[in-house]
Design a protein around this ligand. Structure first.
Ligand code: NAP
Length: 331
């Protein structure tokens, strides 16, 4: 079995020359570096497939923006998000996974081996695991990008500390908005929750905790119509619009935390793979299989339901095992 496996891996790991540029063909390229990407890397590396992992813009993924994680099995006293992700990366490296701190910007899944580009550099692979996760949805207001980190945030656990004794608004009506609002009361003197409707989507228990909190005030049926501030001044106030009457009021505020859900990171896959209307990769239920044979999905990029570190890791394992079997059967 071991002899067979070594031969098989030798055959898979060859390099091919394309004109002047050399494209290294890999057995498997993993795009993304959250718990799903890293777990895929651990499993495919242990299967001696020498995976190449593209970590993307946020190495380690969403969990690097959280503080303590209390519900990841195996850490009875909790573990810090960045530490958990660093440990997973090191674990994958131990078995030979390689990492690049680059993003894949373009793919061509119409031919085999598959082609992928990180900027101008071309890569090719017999199989691909997509584990690019999801990013925080933004309001899309004109000066939003300028104000991120200057009064506008999507990460309460990262930035809450900067708002001690300040007044802030959380935007959103789901569990994330409730959770972040409650968390931010540890720092802020006053926390408003602005929600576009007059009814929250969040679970009853989370709603009640937020509504009954003495530091939290709910602004139902409101949206932020405009951020006031520049890169230089930072956010100084917002224009808050009543969605029922259309009335717009100025509101002086120190910070805005946006908690209106996430958008899967699949823009670079458009036209290459089946994606649903929200941007999630469509997989065959219960499997990591996409509509392209040899391309597999893992984690928040296809999971709209659980979105947990541990489920993402599970999906990564599933994708890796399926990839290994697929490579063996399609040698
Ligand atoms: P979500 O449930 O999709 O809620 C997003 C909220 O943002 C909704 O209230 C939505 O309003 C609002 N929204 C969306 N786009 C908007 C826009 N452009 N402008 C203004 N408001 C906008 O997302 P989530 O809260 O991040 O939760 C995602 C999943 O994770 C859920 O399944 C949730 O239960 C789970 N989760 C669980 C916990 C927990 O149990 N501790 C904590 C966090 C998250 P509408 O309601 O009007 O659509």
């Amino acid at each position: 079995m071991e002899v067979y496996r070594k031969e098989y891996i030798h055959k898979l790991n060859h390099k091919k020359h394309l004109g002047d540029t050399m494209t290294e063909k890999r057995n498997v390229i993993i795009i993304g570096s959250g718990p799903s990407g890293f777990t895929s890397a651990i499993y495919t590396a242990r299967a001696q497939l020498q995976p190449l992992v593209f970590e993307g813009k946020q190495p380690g993924g969403q969990l690097t923006t959280t503080t303590e994680i209390e519900n990841f099995p195996g850490f009875k006293d909790g573990i810090m998000g960045p530490e958990l992700m660093d440990t997973m990366r090191e674990q994958a490296k131990r078995f030979g996974a390689e990492f690049k701190y680059e993003s894949i910007s373009k793919v061509d899944f119409s031919q085999k081996p598959f082609k992928l580009w990180a900027g101008e550099t071309e890569y090719s692979a017999d199989s691909v695991i997509i584990a690019t996760g999801a990013s925080a949805r933004m309001l899309g207001l004109p000066n939003e990008a300028d104000l991120v980190g200057r009064g506008v945030s999507t990460c309460a656990t990262c930035d809450g500390f900067f708002y001690r004794e300040k007044e802030i608004i959380i935007v959103g009506g789901g569990d994330s908005a409730m959770e972040e609002a409650i968390f931010l009361t540890k720092f802020a003197s006053k926390v408003y929750i602005s929600h576009r409707r007059d009814e929250f989507r969040a679970s009853k228990i989370m709603q009640e905790r937020a509504i009954n909190h003495p530091k939290i005030e709910i602004l139902y049926s409101t949206v932020i119509d405009e951020y006031v501030g520049t890169k230089e001044t930072g956010l100084t106030s917002v224009k808050l619009k009543d969605t029922k009457t259309g009335e717009i009021k100025d509101m002086k505020i120190d910070g805005v935390f946006i908690a209106i859900g996430h958008v899967p990171n699949t823009k670079f896959l458009e036209g290459q793979i089946n994606i649903d209307e929200k941007g999630y990769i469509i997989t065959k239920p219960g499997t990591p299989l996409t509509n392209v044979e040899g391309v597999f999905a893992a984690g928040d990029v296809h999971d709209q339901t659980y979105r947990q570190g541990i489920t993402a890791a599970g999906f990564g394992c599933q994708a890796a095992i399926t990839t290994e079997r697929w490579l063996e059967n399609n040698e």
